[in-house]
Design a protein around this ligand. Structure first.
Ligand code: ATP
Ligand code: MG
Length: 369
């Protein structure tokens, strides 16, 4: 798929912009603080209904304005689709061919994007919450059922935690109701974990291949899902088995959970480990290894999404070239060239990139214009 056109109004430092893109490589060049990342962000919001760098939509509205719009024309195997996001102080709306969508979760997945930004190093170095968010955002784009189970899980988790607090403060005493919440939570939790395991196995294969390519066959990369339930000796994991395991944990930890007033196991506490040559790269990896691992995993999603949906996603690369040495730049550009629509931001284009990238469309960005 590719984005043919984009119009934005009052988004970040843009008052008004209308752009037509190449289905291959688009390069956004500009000095610092001109609006390169803002433009990628607008494309990301159009796909995901939310920003990759803030949870607060208000920050996206141009200073001293109350609303912003993003409109895009997407071309995929089905044809042409007009997508739109309206942002305002009162909330946001998503539109498909002008029609307002009842649920944002139904809108997400129409346009698929993969973004790689300098802060994605936190995928390896950051807290488990960063990696869970990564899993949720990326798998949610591929699998609407995953998103549904996730939103149900979060709703039940909130209720259960509230109830555990009430038990802790002795405002209620009924443990049967806690069981009801545990049962629901285990059911949604098991669906989430089984889907995460399935996707991670597939993603891991693609990522390992890319890591070997980029490091000239030096580094083998593995992804390992670390769960609050022990998955290690299990060969064929089934949803029902996970469900039973989660319920067992809730029973065993009941006293502890009431004492702490919160739910201690389930997918909201799970994590993902990156192993390079069998060693955890978060603990033992160099800066360069960590960066390459994060990049391999992000690029692997391009292949995963293609495999799962039959469409290639749109690739957004924010300032990624300036972080890589010549050899890695070359293998990066080779691995994306002519396959996916790519948006690449950079303060200046170096010689390697200039020679490698074929017929790019170049946009010079200056003060939001
Ligand atoms: P760099 O090369 O440093 O990454 P960039 O071109 O990617 O620069 P952006 O992150 O796109 O820069 O930001 C450009 C400018 O947008 C900043 O100067 C910032 O102050 C401004 N800006 C951010 N949010 C808003 C907003 N809501 N309204 C108006 N301007 C904003
Ligand atoms: Mg930037």
């Amino acid at each position: 798929m590719y984005l043919e056109e984009l119009s934005i109004n009052n988004f970040r430092n843009y008052s008004e912009a209308k752009l037509t893109f190449s289905p291959a490589t688009n390069i956004l060049i500009g000095k610092n603080a001109q609006g390169k990342t803002n433009l990628l962000e607008a494309i990301y919001v159009l796909a995901m209904t939310r920003s990759h760098r803030t949870n607060n939509d208000h920050e996206l509205l141009r200073f001293k304005t109350n609303s912003a719009t993003i409109r895009g024309t997407l071309i995929n195997q089905l044809g042409k689709t007009k997508l739109g996001i309206d942002l305002s102080n009162k909330g946001k709306k998503a539109r498909v061919n002008q029609l307002e969508q009842a649920k944002l979760s139904q809108y997400i997945g129409k346009m698929n994007v993969i973004l790689f930004a300098p802060e994605d190093l936190s995928l390896v170095k950051g807290s488990p919450a960063v990696r869970r968010r990564f899993i949720d955002m990326e798998f949610g784009q591929i699998d609407a059922n995953y998103l549904y189970n996730l939103s149900q899980y979060k709703a039940v988790l909130k209720q259960r935690n509230r109830y555990l607090k009430q038990l802790q403060q002795k405002k209620v005493t009924d443990l049967l109701l806690l069981d009801v919440f545990s049962d629901q939570l285990a059911a949604f939790g098991a669906e989430i974990i089984i889907r995460r395991l399935g996707f991670l196995t597939k993603l891991g294969k693609f990522a390992a291949k890319l890591q070997l390519q980029i490091t000239n066959q030096q580094e083998s990369l593995k992804l390992r899902y670390d769960s609050t339930i022990n998955l290690e000796d299990q060969k064929m994991i089934k949803t029902d088995w996970i469900y039973k395991k989660l319920k067992e944990q809730y029973r065993q930890q009941q006293k502890k959970e009431i004492f702490q007033g919160t739910t201690l196991s389930g997918p909201h506490r799970d994590d993902l480990a990156f192993l390079i040559n069998e060693k955890n790269v978060q603990l033992y990896g160099s800066q360069g290894q960590q960066r390459t691992a994060a990049l391999s995993v992000k690029l692997a999603e391009v292949d995963l999404m293609h495999q799962e949906t039959g469409e290639y996603p749109i690739l957004l690369l924010d300032d990624v070239l300036s972080e890589l040495d010549g050899a890695r730049q070359t293998s990066l550009i080779k691995s994306i060239q002519n396959r996916v629509q790519t948006f690449l931001t950079t303060p200046s284009l170096n010689d390697v990139a200039r020679q490698l990238i074929k017929d790019p469309k170049v946009f010079i960005i200056n003060q939001g214009k």
